[in-house]
Design a protein around this ligand. Sequence first.
Ligand code: DC
Length: 227
Amino acid sequence: MKNYSIAIDGPAGSGKSTVAKQIAKKLNLLYIDTGAMYRAVGLYCLKNNIDIDKEEKIAFALKNMNMSIELLEGIQNIYLNGENVTEKIRTQEVGKAASDVAVILAVRQKLVQIQRDLAKGHNVIMDGRDIGTNVLPDASVKIYLNANIEERTKRRCNELKTLGKQYDKEQIKKEIIQRDENDKNRKYNPLKKAEDAFEIDSSCMNIEQVIEAILNVVKQKINDLGV
Ligand code: DC
């Protein structure tokens, strides 16, 4: 059987990682969360007081930054110079820093190389912003997962609530809109639907419905491709 790959792209809060993780389990695929890698670079810059607006400083810092990925019980763990930062990267502040460093070509080139190397020789499901358009342009299945801003705000607030964190709904909404702007309008590999991607609007769907919709596309495509 040939290897196959599933690419899931979409804006912040569209539910990509939640569904990708569950599909990875169901289909026994390697799950690669590319946003975590941009977040790790963002965290590194915040921790080392590297000015995110200064492209050459970040490009230089990349040389001293050793990023590695390890799967622990099926969960992607990410290490920065030996430190496990899997939990530390999950904040709004790091999310914003990730979106800011993601405009820099040197950052994208380094991370895309890591992502392609990880995918080699495996059946993978990878989520991000440029997977179907750039990282895996030949992916067997491409999904563009979307949801309206109200719903994405609600989901992010619920996540923070579950974690017992304080939040301001209007502020969260503003930050998501800002992140969309940043991710869709950057020069290199902006967030956009690949021409051959199947678009799912999950605004009125629950997780199980989204998973079912994606599995239907996967079944169809994999049959057609004969993998
Ligand atoms: O999916 P996420 O929220 O963890 O991603 C954080 C940021 O990383 C996102 O706002 C833009 C950037 N990113 C990217 O540019 N390309 C990817 N493939 C994944 C994430």
